[in-house]
Design a protein around this ligand. Structure first.
Ligand code: HEC
Length: 144
């Protein structure tokens, strides 16, 4: 009888430990997924690019042969080989570290075999602007 009581007790504890473990795991997974809000290219990313990049990347004077304007930014970036490092695309959907455009923004482009300066030239994007661009690429660089 006593023996049975103890086994029950132990099972009980084991069970509650398992339940709380599963709950913690579920919470962790959930918070990871919900951290990144869906990013809109037209509504959020493009305005940053227009504000910070287009001055040097206009059609007439497109440095790095990269045009960043409202009409061409998306088609010039996504799945297009970079001019300076053609083995790497400017934006590889889902993979910022394989996107030359992202490496130019973080300044890691030289390590990857690229050239020139970190972008935007002489200044920096703030954390929020960078996060938008990073999340947009991770979320598949959609034309949304
Ligand atoms: C003050 C001018 C200036 C501004 C502002 C600027 N760029 Fe550039 N960009 C250049 C020049 C010059 C080059 C060519 C030399 C080089 O690759 O660094 C270039 C090249 C690039 C390239 C390489 C293109 C390729 O395919 O090889 C990328 C990517 C780029 N810029 C992204 C950006 C982004 C993103 C911004 C805004 C956040 C930006 N640039 C803002 C002047 C600028």
């Amino acid at each position: 009888m006593l023996n049975q009581f103890f086994t029950l007790k132990v099972n009980d504890q084991l069970c509650s430990a398992m339940i709380s473990g599963a709950l913690i795991l579920a919470c962790l997974l959930f918070s990871k997924i919900s951290l990144a809000e869906p990013v809109s290219f037209k509504g959020q990313v493009l305005p940053v690019l227009m504000d910070r990049c287009s001055v040097c990347h206009m059609r007439e004077d497109s440095h790095g042969y990269l045009v960043i304007d409202e009409e061409y930014a998306y088609i010039a970036l996504v799945n297009v080989p970079s001019f300076t490092l053609p083995k790497m695309k400017r934006v590889e959907p889902g993979d910022p570290q394989q996107s030359y455009f992202w490496l130019k923004i973080t300044g890691e482009h030289l390590d990857a075999g690229g050239q020139g300066w970190a972008m935007p030239y002489m200044t920096k994007l703030n954390k929020k602007e960078k996060k938008l661009i990073y999340d947009w690429i991770v979320q598949g660089a959609k034309d949304n």
